[in-house]
Design a protein around this ligand. Structure first.
Ligand SMILES: Cc1ncc(COP(=O)(O)O)c(C=O)c1O
Length: 430
Protein backbone atom coordinates (compact mmCIF):
# COMPACT_ATOMS: atom_id res chain seq x y z
CA UNK A 1 0.00 0.00 0.00
CA UNK A 2 1.18 3.52 -0.72
CA UNK A 3 2.51 6.13 1.63
CA UNK A 4 -0.27 8.62 2.46
CA UNK A 5 2.09 11.57 2.14
CA UNK A 6 3.30 10.72 -1.34
CA UNK A 7 0.79 11.30 -4.14
CA UNK A 8 1.65 9.07 -7.07
CA UNK A 9 0.90 9.92 -10.71
CA UNK A 10 -0.99 7.43 -12.85
CA UNK A 11 1.61 5.52 -14.86
CA UNK A 12 1.58 5.63 -18.66
CA UNK A 13 0.03 9.11 -18.97
CA UNK A 14 1.30 12.70 -18.86
CA UNK A 15 -1.47 13.64 -16.43
CA UNK A 16 0.19 15.28 -13.44
CA UNK A 17 -2.69 16.29 -11.23
CA UNK A 18 -4.74 13.10 -11.12
CA UNK A 19 -2.93 11.08 -8.49
CA UNK A 20 -3.23 8.21 -6.09
CA UNK A 21 -3.45 9.23 -2.44
CA UNK A 22 -4.01 6.47 0.07
CA UNK A 23 -4.94 4.19 -2.83
CA UNK A 24 -7.83 6.42 -3.87
CA UNK A 25 -7.72 8.46 -7.02
CA UNK A 26 -7.74 12.22 -6.50
CA UNK A 27 -7.91 15.22 -8.78
CA UNK A 28 -5.34 17.47 -7.07
CA UNK A 29 -6.45 17.01 -3.42
CA UNK A 30 -10.11 16.29 -4.15
CA UNK A 31 -11.20 12.68 -3.61
CA UNK A 32 -12.97 11.51 -6.76
CA UNK A 33 -15.23 9.06 -4.92
CA UNK A 34 -16.41 11.93 -2.73
CA UNK A 35 -17.10 14.07 -5.82
CA UNK A 36 -19.13 11.23 -7.34
CA UNK A 37 -21.11 10.91 -4.10
CA UNK A 38 -21.87 14.64 -4.06
CA UNK A 39 -22.54 15.29 -7.74
CA UNK A 40 -23.44 11.88 -9.19
CA UNK A 41 -22.06 10.32 -12.34
CA UNK A 42 -21.23 10.68 -15.21
CA UNK A 43 -19.25 13.69 -14.07
CA UNK A 44 -16.51 15.71 -15.75
CA UNK A 45 -13.79 16.83 -13.35
CA UNK A 46 -11.14 19.40 -14.33
CA UNK A 47 -7.90 20.30 -12.59
CA UNK A 48 -7.15 24.02 -12.48
CA UNK A 49 -3.48 23.32 -11.66
CA UNK A 50 -3.07 21.20 -14.81
CA UNK A 51 -4.47 23.98 -17.00
CA UNK A 52 -2.18 26.53 -15.29
CA UNK A 53 0.89 24.28 -15.69
CA UNK A 54 0.15 23.63 -19.33
CA UNK A 55 -0.39 27.32 -20.05
CA UNK A 56 2.93 28.09 -18.39
CA UNK A 57 4.64 25.41 -20.51
CA UNK A 58 3.44 27.15 -23.65
CA UNK A 59 4.41 30.55 -22.28
CA UNK A 60 7.91 29.23 -21.55
CA UNK A 61 8.13 27.55 -24.95
CA UNK A 62 6.87 30.47 -27.04
CA UNK A 63 7.99 33.45 -24.97
CA UNK A 64 6.09 36.49 -23.72
CA UNK A 65 5.47 38.01 -27.15
CA UNK A 66 3.52 35.13 -28.70
CA UNK A 67 -0.23 35.53 -28.42
CA UNK A 68 -1.83 32.36 -27.05
CA UNK A 69 -5.45 32.20 -28.23
CA UNK A 70 -7.24 29.30 -26.53
CA UNK A 71 -9.42 27.32 -28.97
CA UNK A 72 -12.81 27.71 -27.28
CA UNK A 73 -14.24 24.74 -29.19
CA UNK A 74 -12.11 22.32 -27.14
CA UNK A 75 -13.70 23.25 -23.80
CA UNK A 76 -16.07 26.18 -23.60
CA UNK A 77 -17.17 26.00 -19.97
CA UNK A 78 -17.40 29.59 -18.71
CA UNK A 79 -15.21 28.82 -15.69
CA UNK A 80 -12.48 27.42 -17.95
CA UNK A 81 -12.68 30.50 -20.19
CA UNK A 82 -12.41 32.81 -17.17
CA UNK A 83 -9.41 30.87 -15.86
CA UNK A 84 -7.60 31.06 -19.20
CA UNK A 85 -8.35 34.77 -19.46
CA UNK A 86 -6.83 35.28 -15.99
CA UNK A 87 -3.74 33.41 -17.17
CA UNK A 88 -3.38 35.84 -20.08
CA UNK A 89 -4.93 33.92 -22.98
CA UNK A 90 -6.83 35.40 -25.89
CA UNK A 91 -9.34 33.19 -27.68
CA UNK A 92 -9.86 31.45 -31.00
CA UNK A 93 -13.55 31.53 -31.95
CA UNK A 94 -15.36 29.65 -34.68
CA UNK A 95 -18.94 30.77 -34.17
CA UNK A 96 -21.11 33.58 -32.92
CA UNK A 97 -22.18 31.28 -30.11
CA UNK A 98 -18.60 31.06 -28.88
CA UNK A 99 -18.34 34.85 -29.00
CA UNK A 100 -21.50 35.13 -26.89
CA UNK A 101 -20.02 32.60 -24.46
CA UNK A 102 -16.99 34.83 -23.94
CA UNK A 103 -19.30 37.72 -23.23
CA UNK A 104 -21.38 35.59 -20.85
CA UNK A 105 -18.13 34.71 -19.07
CA UNK A 106 -17.40 38.43 -18.71
CA UNK A 107 -14.22 37.99 -20.72
CA UNK A 108 -13.13 40.73 -23.15
CA UNK A 109 -13.11 39.77 -26.84
CA UNK A 110 -10.42 42.17 -28.04
CA UNK A 111 -7.67 39.55 -28.03
CA UNK A 112 -9.80 37.03 -29.93
CA UNK A 113 -9.60 35.86 -33.51
CA UNK A 114 -12.64 34.63 -35.41
CA UNK A 115 -12.26 31.74 -37.85
CA UNK A 116 -15.06 29.42 -38.94
CA UNK A 117 -15.45 27.94 -42.39
CA UNK A 118 -18.95 29.36 -42.97
CA UNK A 119 -19.65 32.66 -41.26
CA UNK A 120 -23.12 34.15 -41.17
CA UNK A 121 -23.90 37.88 -41.36
CA UNK A 122 -25.02 38.13 -37.74
CA UNK A 123 -21.79 36.49 -36.57
CA UNK A 124 -19.66 39.02 -38.44
CA UNK A 125 -21.83 41.86 -37.10
CA UNK A 126 -21.63 40.57 -33.53
CA UNK A 127 -17.85 40.16 -33.70
CA UNK A 128 -17.37 43.65 -35.14
CA UNK A 129 -19.61 45.14 -32.52
CA UNK A 130 -17.81 43.33 -29.70
CA UNK A 131 -14.38 44.15 -31.16
CA UNK A 132 -11.93 41.37 -32.05
CA UNK A 133 -8.30 41.26 -33.17
CA UNK A 134 -9.09 39.96 -36.69
CA UNK A 135 -11.21 37.62 -38.79
CA UNK A 136 -9.66 34.57 -40.39
CA UNK A 137 -11.03 34.55 -43.91
CA UNK A 138 -11.69 31.01 -45.07
CA UNK A 139 -13.70 31.27 -48.31
CA UNK A 140 -13.85 33.81 -51.19
CA UNK A 141 -17.50 34.72 -50.58
CA UNK A 142 -16.53 36.05 -47.15
CA UNK A 143 -14.71 38.95 -48.79
CA UNK A 144 -18.05 40.50 -49.77
CA UNK A 145 -19.56 39.63 -46.43
CA UNK A 146 -16.77 41.36 -44.49
CA UNK A 147 -16.64 44.27 -46.95
CA UNK A 148 -20.36 44.96 -46.55
CA UNK A 149 -20.02 44.85 -42.78
CA UNK A 150 -17.06 47.26 -42.91
CA UNK A 151 -18.92 49.64 -45.23
CA UNK A 152 -22.04 49.67 -43.03
CA UNK A 153 -20.01 50.39 -39.92
CA UNK A 154 -17.59 52.77 -41.62
CA UNK A 155 -14.56 50.77 -40.50
CA UNK A 156 -11.80 48.78 -42.14
CA UNK A 157 -12.29 45.16 -41.11
CA UNK A 158 -9.02 43.46 -40.10
CA UNK A 159 -8.57 40.23 -42.06
CA UNK A 160 -6.07 37.37 -41.95
CA UNK A 161 -6.32 34.99 -44.87
CA UNK A 162 -6.48 31.34 -43.86
CA UNK A 163 -4.16 29.49 -46.21
CA UNK A 164 -4.56 25.80 -46.87
CA UNK A 165 -0.92 24.82 -47.41
CA UNK A 166 -1.69 21.21 -48.42
CA UNK A 167 0.55 19.80 -45.68
CA UNK A 168 -0.15 16.39 -44.20
CA UNK A 169 -0.28 16.73 -40.38
CA UNK A 170 -0.13 12.91 -40.10
CA UNK A 171 -3.13 12.66 -37.83
CA UNK A 172 -6.61 11.06 -37.94
CA UNK A 173 -8.40 11.93 -41.22
CA UNK A 174 -11.33 13.54 -39.35
CA UNK A 175 -9.07 16.03 -37.57
CA UNK A 176 -6.84 16.94 -40.49
CA UNK A 177 -7.64 20.42 -41.84
CA UNK A 178 -4.62 21.62 -43.82
CA UNK A 179 -4.69 19.27 -46.81
CA UNK A 180 -6.18 20.30 -50.11
CA UNK A 181 -9.06 17.81 -49.80
CA UNK A 182 -10.13 19.51 -46.53
CA UNK A 183 -12.74 22.27 -46.68
CA UNK A 184 -10.74 24.77 -44.64
CA UNK A 185 -8.94 27.88 -45.86
CA UNK A 186 -7.93 29.01 -49.33
CA UNK A 187 -5.66 26.89 -51.51
CA UNK A 188 -2.36 28.50 -52.42
CA UNK A 189 -3.48 28.61 -56.05
CA UNK A 190 -6.58 30.72 -55.29
CA UNK A 191 -5.45 32.75 -52.27
CA UNK A 192 -3.49 35.23 -54.43
CA UNK A 193 -6.68 36.47 -56.14
CA UNK A 194 -8.42 36.79 -52.76
CA UNK A 195 -5.52 38.83 -51.37
CA UNK A 196 -5.69 41.18 -54.40
CA UNK A 197 -9.37 41.82 -53.70
CA UNK A 198 -8.77 42.41 -49.99
CA UNK A 199 -5.91 44.81 -50.60
CA UNK A 200 -7.98 46.75 -53.17
CA UNK A 201 -10.94 47.14 -50.83
CA UNK A 202 -11.35 50.40 -48.86
CA UNK A 203 -13.30 48.46 -46.22
CA UNK A 204 -10.80 45.71 -45.50
CA UNK A 205 -7.30 45.63 -44.12
CA UNK A 206 -5.00 42.65 -44.68
CA UNK A 207 -3.28 42.13 -41.31
CA UNK A 208 -1.86 38.63 -41.63
CA UNK A 209 -2.22 34.98 -42.47
CA UNK A 210 -3.61 31.95 -40.70
CA UNK A 211 -2.83 28.26 -41.01
CA UNK A 212 -4.29 25.44 -38.94
CA UNK A 213 -3.14 22.01 -40.00
CA UNK A 214 -5.34 19.80 -37.84
CA UNK A 215 -5.46 18.40 -34.37
CA UNK A 216 -3.30 15.95 -32.42
CA UNK A 217 -0.17 16.76 -34.44
CA UNK A 218 2.77 14.84 -32.99
CA UNK A 219 5.84 16.58 -34.40
CA UNK A 220 7.33 19.94 -35.37
CA UNK A 221 7.87 18.99 -39.01
CA UNK A 222 4.38 19.73 -40.43
CA UNK A 223 4.45 23.23 -38.87
CA UNK A 224 7.81 23.96 -40.48
CA UNK A 225 6.57 22.69 -43.85
CA UNK A 226 3.49 24.89 -43.55
CA UNK A 227 5.60 27.91 -42.64
CA UNK A 228 7.76 27.32 -45.71
CA UNK A 229 4.66 27.22 -47.93
CA UNK A 230 3.45 30.49 -46.40
CA UNK A 231 6.83 32.09 -47.04
CA UNK A 232 6.75 30.93 -50.67
CA UNK A 233 3.26 32.37 -51.01
CA UNK A 234 4.35 35.71 -49.55
CA UNK A 235 7.29 35.84 -51.94
CA UNK A 236 4.86 35.51 -54.88
CA UNK A 237 3.73 39.18 -55.02
CA UNK A 238 4.48 42.38 -53.06
CA UNK A 239 0.84 43.07 -52.08
CA UNK A 240 0.77 39.72 -50.29
CA UNK A 241 3.21 40.97 -47.68
CA UNK A 242 2.70 44.70 -47.34
CA UNK A 243 1.38 46.00 -44.02
CA UNK A 244 1.21 42.58 -42.41
CA UNK A 245 1.33 42.22 -38.64
CA UNK A 246 0.36 38.70 -37.63
CA UNK A 247 1.08 35.10 -38.48
CA UNK A 248 -1.38 32.76 -36.82
CA UNK A 249 -0.09 29.20 -36.98
CA UNK A 250 -3.14 27.63 -35.37
CA UNK A 251 -3.28 24.89 -32.77
CA UNK A 252 -3.13 21.13 -33.01
CA UNK A 253 -0.40 20.42 -30.45
CA UNK A 254 -0.83 16.73 -29.69
CA UNK A 255 -1.09 15.09 -26.27
CA UNK A 256 -0.54 11.53 -25.06
CA UNK A 257 -3.65 9.36 -24.77
CA UNK A 258 -1.86 6.08 -24.34
CA UNK A 259 1.64 4.98 -23.36
CA UNK A 260 4.04 5.18 -26.28
CA UNK A 261 1.99 7.74 -28.24
CA UNK A 262 4.47 10.07 -29.95
CA UNK A 263 3.88 13.52 -28.57
CA UNK A 264 4.78 17.01 -29.67
CA UNK A 265 7.41 18.87 -27.67
CA UNK A 266 6.19 22.48 -27.33
CA UNK A 267 9.67 23.70 -26.38
CA UNK A 268 11.09 22.35 -29.66
CA UNK A 269 8.17 23.78 -31.63
CA UNK A 270 8.42 27.17 -29.93
CA UNK A 271 12.17 27.37 -30.52
CA UNK A 272 11.67 26.54 -34.20
CA UNK A 273 8.76 28.89 -34.89
CA UNK A 274 9.39 31.99 -32.78
CA UNK A 275 12.75 32.77 -34.36
CA UNK A 276 11.52 32.25 -37.92
CA UNK A 277 8.34 34.31 -37.49
CA UNK A 278 10.25 37.11 -35.78
CA UNK A 279 12.65 37.01 -38.73
CA UNK A 280 9.67 37.70 -41.00
CA UNK A 281 8.89 40.80 -38.92
CA UNK A 282 5.56 39.34 -37.77
CA UNK A 283 3.85 38.70 -34.45
CA UNK A 284 3.18 34.99 -33.81
CA UNK A 285 -0.21 33.70 -32.67
CA UNK A 286 -1.01 30.14 -31.68
CA UNK A 287 -4.43 28.58 -31.05
CA UNK A 288 -3.98 25.60 -28.75
CA UNK A 289 -7.06 23.84 -27.45
CA UNK A 290 -6.40 20.21 -26.61
CA UNK A 291 -2.89 20.84 -25.25
CA UNK A 292 -4.23 23.16 -22.56
CA UNK A 293 -7.22 21.19 -21.34
CA UNK A 294 -7.13 17.51 -22.41
CA UNK A 295 -5.04 16.20 -19.52
CA UNK A 296 -6.82 18.50 -17.09
CA UNK A 297 -10.08 16.62 -17.46
CA UNK A 298 -11.48 13.22 -16.59
CA UNK A 299 -14.89 11.64 -16.88
CA UNK A 300 -16.06 9.80 -13.79
CA UNK A 301 -18.41 6.91 -14.40
CA UNK A 302 -20.01 4.16 -12.33
CA UNK A 303 -20.08 0.46 -13.20
CA UNK A 304 -23.58 -0.87 -13.90
CA UNK A 305 -22.60 -4.49 -14.48
CA UNK A 306 -20.60 -6.93 -16.54
CA UNK A 307 -21.62 -9.32 -19.26
CA UNK A 308 -20.17 -11.61 -21.90
CA UNK A 309 -17.56 -14.24 -21.61
CA UNK A 310 -14.72 -15.75 -23.60
CA UNK A 311 -13.03 -13.37 -25.98
CA UNK A 312 -15.28 -10.32 -25.42
CA UNK A 313 -16.34 -9.20 -21.99
CA UNK A 314 -18.28 -5.99 -21.50
CA UNK A 315 -18.07 -3.66 -18.57
CA UNK A 316 -21.30 -1.65 -18.67
CA UNK A 317 -20.95 1.85 -17.22
CA UNK A 318 -23.25 4.84 -16.82
CA UNK A 319 -21.29 7.14 -19.17
CA UNK A 320 -21.83 6.75 -22.88
CA UNK A 321 -20.98 8.08 -26.32
CA UNK A 322 -23.33 11.02 -25.74
CA UNK A 323 -21.06 12.08 -22.84
CA UNK A 324 -17.73 11.40 -24.57
CA UNK A 325 -17.94 10.76 -28.30
CA UNK A 326 -14.22 10.71 -29.10
CA UNK A 327 -13.79 6.92 -29.02
CA UNK A 328 -16.77 6.42 -31.39
CA UNK A 329 -15.92 9.33 -33.67
CA UNK A 330 -12.13 9.18 -33.90
CA UNK A 331 -11.31 5.70 -32.57
CA UNK A 332 -9.66 7.65 -29.74
CA UNK A 333 -8.28 5.65 -26.87
CA UNK A 334 -8.53 7.04 -23.34
CA UNK A 335 -6.88 5.55 -20.25
CA UNK A 336 -9.47 3.99 -17.92
CA UNK A 337 -8.50 3.71 -14.26
CA UNK A 338 -10.42 2.33 -11.23
CA UNK A 339 -10.98 5.03 -8.64
CA UNK A 340 -10.05 2.67 -5.80
CA UNK A 341 -6.59 1.29 -6.43
CA UNK A 342 -6.89 -2.47 -7.00
CA UNK A 343 -4.90 -5.04 -5.09
CA UNK A 344 -1.69 -5.50 -7.12
CA UNK A 345 -2.26 -9.29 -7.02
CA UNK A 346 -5.83 -9.10 -8.38
CA UNK A 347 -6.21 -11.01 -11.66
CA UNK A 348 -6.68 -8.72 -14.66
CA UNK A 349 -9.27 -9.33 -17.36
CA UNK A 350 -9.76 -7.69 -20.75
CA UNK A 351 -12.92 -5.62 -21.11
CA UNK A 352 -14.71 -3.40 -23.57
CA UNK A 353 -16.01 -0.49 -21.50
CA UNK A 354 -19.42 0.35 -22.98
CA UNK A 355 -22.31 2.67 -22.15
CA UNK A 356 -26.09 2.28 -22.17
CA UNK A 357 -26.73 4.01 -25.55
CA UNK A 358 -28.37 1.91 -28.25
CA UNK A 359 -25.47 1.94 -30.72
CA UNK A 360 -22.70 -0.61 -31.20
CA UNK A 361 -20.32 2.33 -31.54
CA UNK A 362 -21.14 3.27 -27.96
CA UNK A 363 -17.90 2.41 -26.25
CA UNK A 364 -15.49 4.41 -24.09
CA UNK A 365 -12.56 2.02 -24.42
CA UNK A 366 -11.89 -1.37 -25.95
CA UNK A 367 -9.65 -4.19 -24.82
CA UNK A 368 -8.72 -2.58 -21.49
CA UNK A 369 -7.00 -4.63 -18.78
CA UNK A 370 -8.94 -4.17 -15.55
CA UNK A 371 -9.26 -5.94 -12.20
CA UNK A 372 -12.58 -7.51 -11.19
CA UNK A 373 -15.14 -4.70 -10.85
CA UNK A 374 -18.68 -4.73 -9.56
CA UNK A 375 -21.84 -2.68 -9.85
CA UNK A 376 -21.31 0.62 -8.07
CA UNK A 377 -17.52 0.75 -8.52
CA UNK A 378 -16.13 3.93 -10.02
CA UNK A 379 -13.86 4.41 -13.02
CA UNK A 380 -12.07 7.51 -14.29
CA UNK A 381 -11.71 7.99 -18.04
CA UNK A 382 -8.63 10.18 -18.27
CA UNK A 383 -7.41 12.85 -20.73
CA UNK A 384 -11.03 13.82 -21.36
CA UNK A 385 -10.87 17.60 -20.84
CA UNK A 386 -10.76 18.47 -24.55
CA UNK A 387 -13.57 17.74 -27.00
CA UNK A 388 -15.38 15.93 -24.17
CA UNK A 389 -18.17 17.90 -22.49
CA UNK A 390 -18.37 20.30 -25.46
CA UNK A 391 -19.38 17.45 -27.76
CA UNK A 392 -21.86 15.91 -25.33
CA UNK A 393 -25.41 15.48 -26.60
CA UNK A 394 -28.83 14.41 -25.35
CA UNK A 395 -28.96 11.34 -27.62
CA UNK A 396 -31.23 8.64 -26.17
CA UNK A 397 -32.76 11.45 -24.06
CA UNK A 398 -29.80 11.32 -21.73
CA UNK A 399 -28.91 14.32 -19.63
CA UNK A 400 -25.56 15.91 -20.38
CA UNK A 401 -23.17 15.48 -17.45
CA UNK A 402 -22.28 17.93 -14.72
CA UNK A 403 -18.80 19.52 -14.62
CA UNK A 404 -16.63 20.30 -11.60
CA UNK A 405 -13.50 22.47 -11.47
CA UNK A 406 -11.00 21.48 -8.79
CA UNK A 407 -8.39 23.72 -7.22
CA UNK A 408 -6.44 22.02 -4.45
CA UNK A 409 -9.02 20.39 -2.21
CA UNK A 410 -11.77 22.76 -3.32
CA UNK A 411 -14.22 21.52 -5.96
CA UNK A 412 -16.69 23.89 -7.60
CA UNK A 413 -19.68 22.73 -9.60
CA UNK A 414 -19.27 24.73 -12.84
CA UNK A 415 -22.10 23.12 -14.79
CA UNK A 416 -25.09 21.37 -13.33
CA UNK A 417 -26.30 18.13 -14.89
CA UNK A 418 -29.14 18.70 -17.38
CA UNK A 419 -32.55 18.38 -15.81
CA UNK A 420 -35.00 16.09 -17.55
CA UNK A 421 -37.19 19.12 -18.33
CA UNK A 422 -34.20 20.65 -20.20
CA UNK A 423 -34.49 17.81 -22.70
CA UNK A 424 -37.78 19.05 -24.09
CA UNK A 425 -37.77 22.68 -22.96
CA UNK A 426 -37.19 23.99 -26.52
CA UNK A 427 -39.86 21.84 -28.13
CA UNK A 428 -43.14 23.46 -29.10
CA UNK A 429 -46.57 21.95 -28.88
CA UNK A 430 -47.97 22.99 -32.29
C1 LIG B 1 -8.91 26.95 -36.50
C2 LIG B 1 -8.59 26.08 -35.35
N1 LIG B 1 -7.69 26.52 -34.45
C3 LIG B 1 -7.35 25.78 -33.36
C4 LIG B 1 -7.91 24.53 -33.15
C5 LIG B 1 -7.50 23.77 -31.92
O1 LIG B 1 -6.93 22.55 -32.18
P1 LIG B 1 -6.31 21.73 -30.96
O2 LIG B 1 -7.38 21.56 -29.97
O3 LIG B 1 -5.91 20.45 -31.56
O4 LIG B 1 -5.17 22.52 -30.44
C6 LIG B 1 -8.82 24.02 -34.09
C7 LIG B 1 -9.38 22.66 -33.90
O5 LIG B 1 -9.43 21.85 -34.77
C8 LIG B 1 -9.18 24.82 -35.21
O6 LIG B 1 -10.07 24.39 -36.10
Amino acid sequence: MTDARQPEPVPGTDVRHVVWRDDRLHCESADLAALAATHGTPLYVYSEAEICDRFQRLRDAFGPETRICFAVKSNSNLAVLRLLHRLGAGFDLVSGGELLRLRAAGVPTQRSVFAGVGKDEWEVEAALQAGILFFNLESPHEIELLERAGMTRGVRVPVAVRLNPDVDPRTHAYISTGKKENKFGLGLDTAGAAVERIVASPHLSLVGYHVHLGSQVASTQPYLEALERVQEFLAGAPERRSGLRYLDLGGGFGVRYKPGDPVLDPAELGAALVRRVRGMGLELLIEPGRFLVAEAGLLLTRVLGTKGSGSVRFLLVDAAMNDLIRPALYQASHPVVPVVRPDPDAPLGTFDVVGPVCESSDFLARGVMLPPLHRGDLLAVLVAGAYGAVMASNYNSRRRPAEVLVSGSEAKLVRRRDRFEDLWAAELDT
